[in-house]
Design a protein around this ligand. Structure first.
Ligand SMILES: [Zn+2]
Ligand SMILES: [Zn+2]
Length: 466
């Protein structure tokens, strides 16, 4: 029996792993799940022993302790130091070019040999299997900034950096399909042999290479193994913390992802995260040639070598629309921060006789159908007080627009701020450039302020597409 008022989301759990898990996802999945799915009570410090995920705690604390030991007691050889940096990039690219852009986002296709190399390099970063990692990352993109996002940035910097791994998750990440990965032979192979691969590429290879080639087994273990692993870990974690915290939002500001060069430097090029969340299937994070994105350069090079193909990039036209929207939004804020002249609807309509009568009491000048009170300005008029004084009670339109002096745009803008009324029937120039101050001719308006209606629909006419 089903309860009609609270539809239960049914996900195709029982089916085999090649069926998309979200194929039957209900329309109200997100709101329903957030409201009805049981979550663990909030984290409590006095219950910390039960709150921690001890496996993750060990993975994230033992390598730093080994690093400290290495720094204190193991001499660092220059060759081992350089190899550690090299191996940092190898395993880092395993995550960024492999786990992230290839498998989680399908931003390009890779040949089998490249896939195996990336799967092994990624295992050396000790961040879980491709399958586990991509499942969480897809949920992160799908439910960004909600409690269904496993590393929800709204829970704070440290939560999104490491907290989400150290403490037991409060609830399951939102559903995200990985049936494509379940079909992939390399992903399956890596998942099956993950522990072995982790030991070989996380610690074996970085110990054996310096050991066999220049006899530095200990240095290899402590620096290329442990210390390098700490750097790779926190480099990747910065994509979830720093990239949702530091920088600008040049493409969209609906969610927390941000672009910053510093984040790019510490994450092997994943720092243009505002772009990435808008265009996740793009193989690039940085779109400008001078921005730091070695992951993009690596994928591009692999394409040139024939090892990667079908690199996806979003149409430039659509990317620029996002940028323009954000630029207009900022300009609109500037526009709203300024004071503007009243338009004809906001001003009292005054007859010619009344204009004459009132200008005998205070200095009023008619220009382009608008009556202006120039009392505060007369002494500041660059052309002298006398030129204004002789126009009081008269129509100075021609004199203002070139008859005596062709005033600047700034003068016209300033004049409009002195409007106090509109002459009845005296708007001879309509909506031409004499009535609208230059600063108001090009303005930023919301679509609903422009009077866009759904005219096609209200006309009852049927439109043809295409
Ligand atoms: Zn993100
Ligand atoms: Zn991503």
């Amino acid at each position: 029996m089903t309860n009609r008022s609270t539809p239960t989301p049914t996900l195709s759990k029982g089916k085999d792993s090649t069926t998309p898990i979200d194929i039957d996802i209900p329309d109200n999945y997100v709101s329903w799940t957030l409201k009805n799915q049981k979550a663990l009570p909030p984290f409590r410090w006095n219950n910390i022993l039960n709150e921690l995920n001890w496996l993750n705690v060990s993975i994230l604390t033992i390598p730093p302790l080994l690093t400290v030991y290495g720094i204190l007691y193991v001499p660092l050889q220059i060759r081992t130091f350089l190899f550690s940096i090299f191996y940092y990039f190898v395993t880092g690219l395993g995550i960024t070019a492999g786990y992230h852009r290839l498998w989680a986002h399908r931003a390009y296709n890779a040949s089998k040999p490249l896939q195996y190399v990336l799967a092994m390099a990624g295992a050396g970063a000790v961040e879980g299997s491709i399958k586990w990692w991509s499942r969480g990352h897809r949920a992160h993109h799908r439910y960004t900034d909600t409690d269904l996002d496993p590393y929800n940035a709204h829970q704070g910097f440290w939560f999104s950096h490491v907290g989400w791994m150290l403490i037991k998750p409060r609830r399951k990440p939102g559903v995200a399909d990985i049936s494509d990965l379940s079909k992939n032979e390399v992903v399956r192979w890596q998942h099956r042999w993950y522990l072995t691969l982790l030991l070989i590429f996380g610690f074996g290879v970085p110990t054996v290479i310096p050991g066999l080639l220049w006899g530095d087994w200990k240095g290899g273990y402590f620096f290329a193994g442990a210390a390098r692993l700490v750097f790779v870990h926190h480099s990747t974690f910065c994509v979830n913390s720093l990239a949702h915290w530091l920088g600008d939002t040049p493409f969209d500001d609906k969610h927390t992802p941000r672009d910053h060069m510093i984040t790019a430097f510490v994450t092997v090029g994943e720092g243009y995260h505002n772009f990435h969340h808008q265009f996740p299937m793009d193989y690039r994070n940085a779109i400008k040639w001078y921005q730091y994105d070695p992951t993009k350069w690596f994928i591009w090079t692999m394409e040139k070598l024939g090892l990667a193909y079908q690199l996806k990039s979003f149409p430039d036209n659509e990317v620029r629309k996002g940028q323009l929207t954000m630029q207009l939004k900022r300009l609109r804020e500037t526009q709203e921060g300024l004071r503007w002249a009243p338009d004809s609807n906001e001003l009292p309509v005054v007859s010619w006789d009344s204009y004459q009568e009132q200008s005998a009491k205070r200095p009023l000048v008619l220009i382009s159908g608008f009556i202006h009170d120039v009392s505060k300005f007369m002494d500041e008029h660059p052309g002298g007080r006398h030129l204004i004084a002789k126009m009081i009670g008269k129509d100075a339109t021609t004199a203002f627009f070139g008859g005596v002096y062709d005033h600047s745009n700034a003068a016209h803008n300033l004049l409009s701020m002195m409007r106090v009324g509109i002459l009845n029937g005296g708007h001879p120039h309509g909506f031409d450039d004499k009535a609208i101050p230059p600063a108001q001719r090009l303005r930023i308006a919301q679509y609903n302020e422009l009077g866009y209606g759904s005219s096609a629909m209200s006309d009852g006419g049927e439109g043809l597409m295409g």
